[in-house]
Design a protein around this ligand. Structure first.
Ligand SMILES: [Zn+2]
Length: 194
């Protein structure tokens, strides 16, 4: 019997947005934010169960969290998406926002699972990042198909500035060769030292 999935919901951090931006959102920015948010929200509602379930199934462990709050940020405020707290910098393409959400959820899942975190790549930042990226692509492929997953990953590669994407892509390819998640769960591979 699978455990319960976490309750994933959106809360708009208006105060924090103002703090980070240094002023209130203009009327145009607010309008844009509301539009982006509406599209993002409907995708989250539609796919959240499948996303949470797919992450847990591919890794082969249960979620440690009961409640997860997503804090969306408008496009007009410069902030990267982060996993703790779960800040999602919205994009024009709502599917790309969803991609960012899945990526940060993968980080959370890995970091909060003690069994997994110990044997995954916590000491190597680039490797840990590529590992989350790999898992994100696997999750996306299963929900939206491989072509869409690739398309979104290419999009991601264009905007990332915080890590060496060439090195990271190499590692992602290596993980894909090593871990066939149709055969074994990620936890099984790592536990066996693969
Ligand atoms: Zn990341």
């Amino acid at each position: 019997m699978p455990n319960e999935l976490p309750n994933l919901r959106i809360e708009i951090p208006y105060l924090l947005i103002r703090k980070v931006k240094g002023s209130s959102l203009s009327k145009e920015e607010l309008l844009e934010f509301e539009k982006d948010l509406k599209k993002f929200e409907s995708l989250v509602e539609k796919y959240k169960r499948r996303i949470l379930l797919t992450i847990s199934n591919l890794v082969g462990l249960e979620w440690e969290e009961k409640d997860i709050i997503i804090y969306p940020f408008p496009r007009s405020v410069k902030i990267p998406s982060i996993s703790f707290p779960l800040i999602i910098a919205l994009k024009k393409d709502p599917y790309f926002s969803l991609y960012c959400l899945i990526h940060e959820l993968c980080h959370r899942f890995i970091e909060l699972n003690k069994n997994l975190y110990e044997i995954s790549f916590k000491k190597d930042k680039l490797k840990g990042e590529s590992f989350a990226e790999f898992l994100t692509i696997e999750v996306l492929s299963r929900i939206f198909g491989e072509a869409k997953a690739k398309e979104l990953y290419e999009e991601e590669k264009k905007i990332v500035t915080t890590r060496n994407m060439e090195e990271s892509s190499k590692l992602v390819r290596e993980f894909r060769r090593k871990y066939d998640l149709n055969k074994k769960t990620l936890f099984e591979y790592l536990r066996d030292g693969i």
